[in-house]
Design a protein around this ligand. Structure first.
Ligand SMILES: *Cc1c(COP(=O)(O)O)cnc(C)c1O
Length: 494
């Protein structure tokens, strides 16, 4: 299996090289040259999560030593997950909630970031790279903590996380600022997630800077969802969810399901799309956005237009105007025409928008939820079905509710639940009508626990007593300087 760039198919590399590089040198994203097919789903129902993970990942990471890949999977999806099945499927009303938040940081980012450090370690060794790797990450809240957790104290790696200072929840922020590990560096930036992501991309594309780093013994890599080392592990749970329904007799072999995904950078739903391409029986992929509804417009009108103001919502991990991974879908929509993808991406960069003529995106349905709809969904689902959703999941739930009313489609549906509600206590408390005024986050969580009868996860309640270890803030222009400071390279940058 080889991978090539969405903007230039002559750039072809191995899976392990693609994981090391993260993004292609021409700015494109790596996609597999062919899509492996799954034929016998019934056979796969016998596998547990890890076995399934190996089955799928080994088809994409073909230059990995099988025994090393197996070990990596066993370590990644072991005790760190609080649910023994790794992910859980809960029936709520008549849909199935695929809970992806049972990992160490309580967000679905753990599904991939608990294995990415292993994949990178194996890839570096296989490619005889003897440099120290600097993982550069922009986060809208959850990637940062999950990456820090995954890479903390990993030998030969440093990890740097840039987060929008005002754009994350209180708990998300504390999770990052209290991160332990000498190889970790957390920086709050003045600006939003798109600024952080743009800054990180600019650093990747700065040849001169990269050469300076190389001379000092460093290479840069990415933990963002553009890395195939994140994308591929995310395919696994869509198969797992489907197979679980099959095992429970909720669906029949070959029966198609809808999949609803609360979407920001388009990584999670893209993994479901790859699942479909591999033979998973999927009817519609429902792309649910919050009020930053760029993708909704794209699916309904064929225009991707970032020329609008970013709104801060209660689902911060989806407060994004430039969904990086959409480039991969675009590549397929444009019949794998790399020159056309390059052109659209240039248009987006220069003009702020692009248009795709006569697109065939039947696989997808796009819609968004307003803040009030999210509040109502959280409350109604709790009151009527005794199930507590986080605001991201509530975006998906509400979009699905509207979809069903509008289309009368009664295909069985899986909804991806991407975070623990206790990461977003204030919004949940407000939605349930609890008074959160003048209360600190931990008081709110306690009351929320009492009201719902659910236990606040220890990893969240214990943040209260943890020391703040990171106190770095900068403007979006100063990101490179911060990196210099952390790595202590160059002159006058100490
Ligand atoms: C990152 C994130 C999302 C969005 O996922 P994408 O892959 O960026 O589309 C949704 N919900 C939560 C809780 C997240 O952390």
């Amino acid at each position: 299996m080889k991978y090539y760039s969405t903007r230039d198919k002559t750039i072809t590399i191995s899976p392990s090289e693609a994981i090391i590089q993260g993004i292609s040198k021409d700015g494109g994203l790596f996609v597999p040259k062919s899509i492996p097919q799954i034929d016998d789903l019934m056979e796969l129902t016998k596998l547990d999560y890890r076995e399934l993970a190996y089955y799928i990942m080994s088809k994409f990471f073909t230059d990995f030593d099988p025994s090393l890949l197996k070990e990596a999977i066993i370590d990644a999806y072991g005790e760190k997950f609080s649910h023994k099945g790794v992910v859980a499927v809960e029936k709520v009303k008549d849909s199935y909630i695929l809970e992806l938040f049972h990992g160490p940081t309580f967000a679905f980012k753990d599904m991939a970031l608990s294995i990415l450090p292993h994949l990178l370690r194996i890839a570096l060794k296989a490619n005889k790279v003897d440099k120290e790797v600097v993982i550069l990450t922009a986060t809208s809240g959850d990637t940062g903590k999950a990456a820090l957790e995954g890479f903390a104290n990993v030998e030969g790696v440093k990890i740097v996380v840039f987060f929008p200072e005002k754009g994350v929840s209180q708990i998300q922020k504390l999770q990052m600022l209290t991160q332990e590990g000498d190889n970790t560096f957390v920086v709050g930036i003045e600006g939003n997630f798109d600024d952080a992501q743009r800054g990180v991309k600019a650093i990747f594309n700065d040849r001169e800077f990269n050469e300076i780093l190389n001379r000092q013994g460093y290479i840069l890599s990415s933990a963002n969802s553009i890395n195939i080392g994140r994308l591929i592990p995310q395919i696994v749970y869509y198969f797992y969810g489907y197979l679980d329904l099959l095992r429970q007799g909720e669906i029949e072999l070959g029966e198609k399901v809808n999949i609803v995904v609360p979407t920001g950078n388009f990584g999670n739903i893209l993994a479901a799309y790859y699942g479909k391409k591999m033979g998973l029986p999927v009817n519609k992929l429902i792309c649910a956005s919050n009020e930053n509804n760029v993708l909704t417009d794209f699916f309904n009108r064929g225009v991707y237009d970032r020329r609008r103001k970013l709104k801060l919502t209660s689902s911060p991990s989806m407060d994004i105007l430039i969904s990086s991974n959409l480039e991969r879908l675009l590549f397929y929509i444009l019949n794998e025409d790399d020159a056309a993808v390059k052109d659209k991406m240039e248009r987006l960069n220069i003009d702020g928008y692009y248009r795709v003529q006569d697109i065939n995106i039947e696989d997808f349905y796009g819609d968004y939820s307003t803040e009030e709809e999210v509040t109502r969904a959280i409350r109604d689902v709790f009151v009527n079905y005794n199930y507590l959703m986080d605001p991201h999941t509530a975006v998906a739930y509400s979009v699905y509710d509207k979809y069903r009313l509008r289309t009368k489609d009664d295909t069985k549906t899986i909804i991806a639940a991407t975070a623990s509600p206790f990461k977003f206590g204030k919004k949940i408390a407000d939605s349930l009508g609890l008074n959160s005024l003048d209360k600190d986050e931990f008081q709110i969580l306690e009351e929320l626990g009492d009201r719902t009868g659910l236990k606040v996860p220890e990893g969240i309640s214990s943040l209260k007593d943890k020391a703040i270890r990171h106190n770095n803030y900068c403007s979006k222009e100063e990101m490179k300087d911060m990196l210099y400071k952390f790595l202590k390279v160059g002159e006058g940058h100490d």
